[in-house]
Structure formats: C-alpha cells, structure tokens
Design a protein around this ligand. Structure first.
Ligand code: NAD
Length: 293
C-alpha cells in the first residue's frame, strides 16, 4: 500500500507559486488574497487563519476580514463590492458555511469571476463544465486531481466513484475527472445520500473518493482490492486519549481498508494540505491573468 501524503505535493505547488511570484514581482505585481469570515465558527476561523498565514509566508498581500455573525446580507455584499474594485486584491474567498440568515448563492454570484479563486461562481463552474482552462477550478477537487497526477496514478479510462455531490467537492470533482485534461478522462459515477446499495457501486471503483462528512463511513465492504482511495473528509471526533480531547479523522476507516488499497490518502495530512496550496496557486494565476503575463 502506498500512502499519498499531501505535504510533499503541496510543497511542489508552493515551489511553482514562488517561481510565478518572482516573475510577477519583477514585473511590479504583488498577488493579493482577501479572505472573508462571517461569524466565529472555530473550524472556519482556523481555516481562515491558515490561509492568511500561508499568504504571508509566500510574501503575498493578504487581507483578512472578520465580520460578526449578525452581519447583514447588504453589509457582506458591500465588502465584496469593495474587494471587487480593489486593485491590490486578485483573489476573494468567502469562508463557507455562512450563517443561515445569509444568502450564500447571492454572495458567490457577487464576486467578480476573475477574482473567484474558490471557483464557485457560475462563470467558473461553467468553464469547468466546458473544459475551458481559463477558469478557476474549486480548490479541494483541484487538489485531489493534482495528488493523483503527482502520484503517477493513471485516471484515463479508469472508473472513478465519488461519494458526495456537493458543489464544493463531489460535483466539481466529477466535472474535473470526466474532463479531457491531465489527470482526467475517467469514467465517473457520483453516489450520494439517496444512492441505493452504495457498497455495490463503490466496489466497482478503480479510484474511490469519499467526500461525505461522516467519520470513517467507508469501510472494507465499500472498497475493491487494489483500489486507490482518496479521503476528502475532515471530521473532528472525541478522543479522551488525545491532548485536546478530540482528533481529526476522514470519511474512510483508514485502518480497516488500508490493507486492501493500492494507494490511500491519510487524514490529517492528505487532501487537506492541498486545498490551501491550490488556493494560493489560483490567486497567483488570477494576478498573472490580470497582469497579462
Ligand atoms: P456536504 O455536507 O456538502 O456534502 C456531503 C455529501 O455526502 C452530500 O452530497 C450527501 O449526499 C453525501 N452523503 C451524505 N450521507 C451519505 C450517505 N449515507 N451515503 C452516501 N452519500 C452520503 O459536505 P462537503 O462540503 O462536500 O464535505 C464533505 C467532507 O469533506 C466533509 O468531511 C468536509 O469536512 C470535508 N472537506 C474537506 C476539505 C479539505 O480541504 N480536505 C474541503 C472541503 C470539505
């Protein structure tokens, strides 16, 4: 069994980012990312903090905007409008999920598509569906694809089964994997909460992706011998033996299935490492596109 770790692959993405960054700097451009957080959900706060720190590490311009949970739709849209017209900002990310009273769709649609580095604006999702490389693919699916490519796992003609149909992960990853680019050309099946006899479908997978949000849901019954398993899930579970009283686990029962797999991603240390790396790569590309480089 091969362990596909996110860290070295993310580092390769950061090295590419730094090369592009130098070219941009020489031409007088500094990539800038704005991350907007509404409310004080601890996990979202941690993600936003990590994104902000990574920008600083890379020497990028970064703006972290923290707004209270009771922020109104108009207040949030006004912030987006300001960021859309700020020439120092090339990428805008609104951390999801937003508090329930806010209209997420309207917020995403308000972001200038050329700054939508999270890839969730209908223009970018449309480009993804049309195999147009000029758009931005959502970061987590792009990270999964990059992991497969860097690990030398052939995807062309392979049966990829994705469990989960969210726009953020499952549905977008399906579009990427059935596309015609590198790390694609797969035959894709998307399963979800209404799928009947899930193990029968997942056992057909050459490459099985779990993006469900249920701790250790995917077990030995779901995995064909020799499959590649990509675990997108990040779930915090109680663990009295852990220092914090809790720890992170994926959607896959790693210990149970690892013996069956040809390759598998760990949690933590797998796909999660890639999401921020792809966000940085998208932001630098947004800056290059704006600069015409
Ligand atoms: P989501 O809740 O939006 O979607 C979950 C999907 O799982 C749904 O489409 C649903 O139909 C499906 N599902 C739920 N129960 C099921 C069942 N019993 N059988 C089959 N399918 C079922 O979640 P999401 O935003 O797509 O995230 C999924 C997981 O990925 C979560 O654990 C989340 O924390 C994690 N995640 C990780 C990263 C990362 O950077 N690694 C990024 C985003 C999300």
């Amino acid at each position: 069994m091969k362990l596909i770790e996110g860290e070295p692959i993310a580092e390769a993405v950061y090295r590419e980012c730094l090369e592009s960054f130098e070219t941009l700097k020489e031409a007088g451009h500094l990539p800038g990312l704005a991350v907007v957080l509404v409310g004080d959900d601890p996990a979202s706060k941690a993600y936003v903090g990590a994104k902000d720190r990574k920008c600083q590490e890379l020497g990028m311009h970064s703006e972290k905007i923290e707004m209270p949970a009771e922020t109104t739709q108009d207040e949030l849209l006004a912030v987006i409008d300001r960021l859309n017209s700020d020439v120092a900002i090339h990428g805008i990310l609104v951390q999801m999920p937003l508090p329930g009273h806010l209209d997420t769709d309207e917020v995403i649609r308000r972001i200038d598509p050329s700054k939508d580095v999270d890839g969730l604006h209908p223009v970018n999702l449309g480009k993804l569906a049309m195999d147009d490389p000029g758009g931005f693919a959502p970061c987590t699916p792009a990270g999964c694809q990059r992991m497969l490519v860097e690990s030398g796992i052939e995807t062309a003609g392979k049966h990829v089964v994705i469990v989960g149909r969210s726009l953020l992960v499952g549905k977008s990853l399906a579009l990427l994997m059935m596309g015609k680019g590198k790390g694609a050309n797969a035959t894709v099946t998307v399963a979800h909460s209404r799928t009947k006899d899930l193990p029968c479908i997942t056992r057909q997978a050459d490459i099985l992706v779990a993006a469900i949000g249920i701790p250790r849901f995917v077990g030995v019954d779901h995995v064909k011998e020799g499959a590649v398993v990509i675990d997108v899930g990040i779930n915090r579970i109680e663990d009295p033996t852990a220092r914090k009283g809790s720890r992170l686990v994926g959607d896959v029962d790693f210990d149970a299935v690892k013996g069956l797999c040809e390759a598998i991603t760990p949690v933590p240390g797998g796909v999660g490492k890639m999401t921020i790396a792809m966000l940085m790569a998208n932001t630098i590309r947004a800056c290059r596109m704006k600069a015409g480089l």
